[in-house]
Design a protein around this ligand. Structure first.
Ligand SMILES: Nc1ncnc2c1ncn2[C@@H]1O[C@H](COP(=O)(O)OP(=O)(O)OP(=O)(O)O)[C@@H](O)[C@H]1O
Ligand SMILES: [Mg+2]
Length: 230
């Protein structure tokens, strides 16, 4: 589904990603773990085209999307939920979800999304800013999914969110993966969450993938200490 080869990217002249290579199969959930500042968000931004690659390539379903703009990559099927749940605070939940539909050329997927995230149903008329942090994260996720992406890129979806909502997000993602065959790249610091969803976990250090581990290895304190120092 996605093939990344020798990807380099950075900010201005500062290189951050140094030859990142990995592939993700259709319907697979790949986790990405690493300390703060190691390049996880930068990697997702380079994949969606917010940052231009200075080297290497990104292929989606065999097609080289590296030269494409952010909007074209979104239309080609890359969905992105940024770190810090950036919803439109003044717009209602319903309007936020509509934005997702417009991005995707008006395909209606809101009713389906409300089945996946029933917590949003009673909130449709509320402004986004009147939602709790966890509800906003679910809204950000639902808005992205309304655009019917083929690959979902998630940047720390559980950051600062209470456990019951974390569980709700995990259940919804599992459902979307099994029911729709959605492919997911999951940047996460919550080891339980990543272990529950991912089939492989890539460890990123200073802009490079330094290891690939099985999710079960995250239960081993020695491995966690080796790669994450915690
Ligand atoms: N806009 C920017 N301009 C210059 N440098 C940046 C910019 N954004 C991030 N960086 C630098 O790039 C490096 C990687 O940052 P990135 O945000 O990708 O880390 P991260 O792994 O997502 O960290 P976190 O876990 O804290 O979210 C850091 O050294 C950071 O200081
Ligand atoms: Mg980050």
């Amino acid at each position: 589904m996605l093939e990344i080869a020798g990807l380099n990217a950075g900010y201005g002249r500062i290189p951050i990603l140094n030859g990142v290579s990995f592939s993700v199969a259709e319907g697979e959930v790949v986790g990405i773990l690493g300390h703060n500042g190691m390049g996880k968000t930068t990697l997702l931004k380079a994949l969606i085209g917010e940052l231009r690659a200075t080297g290497g390539s990104i292929r989606l379903e065999g097609r080289d999307i590296t030269p494409l703009s952010m909007a074209r990559r979104a239309r080609a099927g890359l969905g992105y939920v940024p770190q810090g749940r950036q919803i439109l605070p003044q717009l209602t939940v319903q309007e936020n979800l509509r934005m997702g539909e417009i991005m995707r050329g008006g395909v209606s997927a809101i009713p389906e999304m409300l089945e996946t995230f029933p917590v949003l149903k009673p909130l449709l008329a509320r402004p986004g800013q009147a939602l709790s942090g966890g509800q906003q994260q679910i809204l950000a996720l639902a808005r992205c999914l309304v655009g019917q992406p083929k690959v979902l890129l998630l940047d720390e979806p559980t950051e600062g969110i209470q456990p019951s909502i974390v569980d709700e997000i995990a259940i919804a993602l599992k459902h979307l993966q099994s029911a729709l065959g959605l492919t997911i790249i999951l940047v996460e610091q919550d080891l339980h969450f990543i272990a529950a969803l991912a089939s492989r976990v890539l460890i990123i250090q200073r802009g490079r993938i330094i290891a690939t581990i099985a999710p079960t290895a995250l239960a081993d304190p020695a491995i966690v200490a080796e790669y994450l120092g915690i």
